[in-house]
Design a protein around this ligand. Structure first.
Ligand code: ATP
Ligand code: MG
Ligand code: FE
Length: 335
C-alpha cells in the first residue's frame, strides 16, 4: 500500500509518500516560517496564498524523491481539518483533483490523528492500546488510543494549547516567532527553579489550563519592567517550561497508570521539546512503561504522518467523496 499524503492545515506545505503506513519514502516540507515571522504569527491570507504557490512543486518533489509515479500509488490522503480554512482548502482541492485525475481513492485525514500516527512511523512496537498526549499549537489532548481509529478523549485544555502558551510567552519576552523552539533554546541557559509559577487547580484530573501560568509570567515581566529591574529571560523561560512540561508529563503518566496500560506516547509540535521528552521518558521508565515519541521532524506538521494515519483508514474502508470539504474546527471523533 503506497499512499501520498498532503498536509496544508497551517503554515507548512507538505507532501510525503509512505509505504504500508510505516516506511517513509519521502517527506517534503516547505515551511512558511520566514514569511510570517515579521508579523509575529501566522497570517491566514498569506498562508493560503503561499500554499497555492508551493503545493504542486512540493508534491512533485515528494514523488521524485520516493522514485514513484502516480500510477503506482494506492491512494491520495489529505488533511481536511482542523486548521485554517483557506490553507486546508488548498490541500483538499489539490488532493481531490489529483485523486480524480489518476483515478485513485481519496482518504480524508484528521490532522490530530495524523500527529498521533507519527509514532507508528518511528516505532514498530508502538501498537494500541496506549495513552497519548497530543501537545501542539492548537491542541492539548490526553487520549486513550484503544485501537487504530478508536480514540477516547480523557483530557483537554480549558484555554490555551501548550504550544500556544510557548508561543505567547516567547513573543512577550522578545524571542519572536516561532516561539516554541526559541523558548527551549533560551531555557537551556536558565534556572528552571528560579521562579515557581502556580499550577492550575482543576476539578478534573486530566484537563489542562495554561492561561494562569501565562498571566503569571507576563505579570512578573511587567513588574520587573515597572521597577526597572533586569529581566532574566532565560530563567523565566526555563521556569515556565519546567512547570508546563511537568504538568503535561505527570497527567499523561497518571492516565496511563489509571487505565492500566503499559505504553505512553507523545505527539504534536510540543513533543519536539527536549524537556518534555525527558520528563515523559523518566516517568515512564520509573513505572516500567514503554515511552514513544516521534523524531523531531515528525513532531511538527508534516505529510508523512498524514499518510501513516491514512493507511489505517484505508484498511478500514474510509474514503472521501469528490464533494469533500475543509472543516476548520473538525472534532476528533471518539470511537
Ligand atoms: P495543531 O496541530 O494543534 O493544529 P499546529 O499544527 O499549528 O497546531 P504543530 O505544528 O503541531 O501545531 O506544532 C507547532 C507548535 O509546536 C507551536 O506552538 C510551536 O511553538 C510548538 N513547538 C515546536 N517546537 C517546540 C519546542 N522545541 N518546544 C516547545 N514547543 C515547540
Ligand atoms: Mg507550523
Ligand atoms: Fe499540527
Amino acid at each position: 500500500v503506497l499512499i501520498l499524503g498532503i498536509e496544508s492545515s497551517c503554515d507548512e506545505t507538505a507532501a510525503a509518500v509512505v509505504k504500508n503506513g510505516k516506511e517513509v519514502l519521502s517527506n517534503v516540507i516547505s515551511s512558511q516560517v520566514a514569511l510570517h515571522a515579521e508579523f509575529g504569527g501566522v497570517v491566514p491570507e498569506i498562508a493560503s496564498r503561499n500554499h497555492l504557490e508551493k503545493i504542486d512543486e512540493v508534491i512533485r518533489l515528494a514523488m521524485d524523491e520516493a522514485g514513484k509515479s502516480f500510477s503506482e500509488l494506492t491512494a491520495v490522503a489529505v488533511t481536511y481539518g482542523p486548521g485554517l480554512v483557506g490553507s486546508l482548502l488548498v490541500g483538499v482541492s489539490e488532493a481531490k483533483a489529483l485523486a480524480y485525475a489518476i483515478q485513485k481513492p481519496l482518504i480524508p485525514v484528521h490532522h490530530i490523528e495524523g500527529h498521533i500516527a507519527a509514532n507508528y512511523l518511528a516505532h514498530q512496537d508502538c501498537v494500541p492500546p496506549y495513552v497519548c498526549l497530543v501537545a501542539s499549537g492548537g491542541h492539548s489532548h490526553l487520549l486513550y488510543v484503544e485501537d487504530y481509529g478508536k480514540i477516547k478523549i480523557y483530557g483537554r485544555t480549558r484555554d490555551d494549547a501548550a504550544g500556544e502558551a510557548f508561543d505567547k510567552i516567547a513573543r512577550a519576552v522578545g524571542l519572536g516567532y516561532p516561539g516554541g523552539p526559541k523558548l527551549e533554546q533560551s531555557a537551556k541557559e536558565g534556572d528552571p527553579f528560579a521562579y515557581h509559577f502556580p499550577k492550575a487547580k482543576l476539578d478534573t484530573p486530566y484537563d489542562f489550563s495554561f492561561s494562569g501560568v501565562k498571566s503569571a509570567v507576563l505579570n512578573e515581566l511587567n513588574h520587573k519592567k515597572m521597577l526597572g529591574e533586569e529581566i532574566r529571560v532565560a530563567d523565566l523561560c526555563a521556569s515556565f517550561q519546567e512547570g508546563v512540561c511537568e504538568d503535561l508529563a505527570e497527567k499523561c503518566l497518571q492516565l496511563a497508570l489509571d487505565l492500566g496500560v503499559s505504553k505512553m506516547a507523545v505527539a504534536g509540535g510540543v513533543s519536539a521539546n527536549g524537556c518534555l521528552r525527558r520528563k515523559m521518558e523518566e516517568k515512564a521508565k520509573a513505572h516500567g512503561l514503554s515511552f514513544y515519541c516521534p523524531s523531531p521532524v515528525l513532531c511538527t506538521d508534516n505529510a508523512a504522518m498524514i499518510a501513516a494515519a491514512a493507511y489505517y483508514d484505508y484498511q478500514a474502508g474510509k474514503r472521501g467523496e469528490a464533494s469533500l470539504n475543509a472543516y476548520p474546527s473538525l472534532a476528533l471523533t471518539e470511537g
